[in-house]
Design a protein around this ligand. Structure first.
Ligand code: ZN
Length: 245
């Protein structure tokens, strides 16, 4: 039976106590980790979005759309996917600290903003890629997000003129096998799995935690998840506050 805590201060205290005892922690994070840093969920259709873009985000972030409407894809990508002003929050920072201390094996994330690396994390499995890497499809040269923001229309490689594609897994595209295998291996070796900022209903999140064989499952999410019943601790509060210890 899970211990459920809604008070952020109490959640941080209890999480800290359990983290202290763990030796091989893996963190698996979803969109909620980024929204706590002020990065809007691109799926939320606010007024600005409705005025500006003609297609729903799921369509604009599909492989087909990238191929057929590359310039419009990049308009959306520059405006909605790249958020370089965002800063790591307490969850990102604490996870980097735990890795530094040798207590955390890896971060597995569904986010593409690179904030875990900004915080100092080294071993990060980015299941959906990263906006920080934009790769020439012809010569493989990689461009950062800043470079993309300085371009207009369809960006082409400065070296060979090839088309540049973000290293982001678009809808209709498969996840990277090596990244997925690395994530599964880390999760299967962990003695503590902390799942944060995800409702755990969307693939691959739901499947990934099946590989966990450790004894301490912690879920940090504002809303209830289908896995709450099998967790040892549920922190039903802001994830940044749960990691404020
Ligand atoms: Zn090139």
């Amino acid at each position: 039976m899970a211990q459920v805590i809604t008070d952020p201060t109490e959640a941080a205290r209890e999480l800290s106590r359990r983290v202290e005892k763990a030796e091989r922690i893996v963190f698996f994070g979803g969109a909620g980790v980024s929204t706590a840093s002020g990065i809007p969920d691109f799926r939320s259709e606010d007024g600005l979005y409705n005025m500006k873009f003609k297609y729903p985000p799921e369509q604009m972030l599909s492989h087909t759309f990238f191929v057929n409407h590359t310039a419009e894809f990049y308009d959306f990508y520059r405006e909605r996917m790249i958020a370089l002003d965002a800063k790591p929050n307490q969850a990102h920072l604490k996870l980097a600290e735990l890795e530094e201390q040798g207590k955390l094996l890896a971060v597995v994330t569904q986010n593409i903003d690179g904030l875990h690396q900004d915080a100092g994390s080294k071993r990060v499995f980015e299941l959906h890629g990263s906006v920080r890497r934009n790769i020439c499809q012809k010569c493989g040269h990689t461009y950062g997000a800043e470079w993309i923001l300085e371009t207009t229309g369809v960006p082409h490689c400065e070296k060979c003129g090839g088309l540049i594609k973000p290293d982001v897994v678009l809808y209709e595209e498969a996840l990277n096998d090596a990244v997925m295998m690395g994530a599964l291996k880390a999760i299967s070796q962990a003695d503590m799995l902390i799942v944060g900022g995800t409702s755990l209903v969307v693939y691959p999140a739901a499947g990934l935690i099946q590989y966990f064989q450790g004894n301490e499952l912690v879920i940090c999410n504002m809303q209830p998840t289908p896995q709450d019943a099998s967790a040892d601790l549920v922190c039903a509060c802001d994830i940044a506050k749960a990691f404020a210890f």
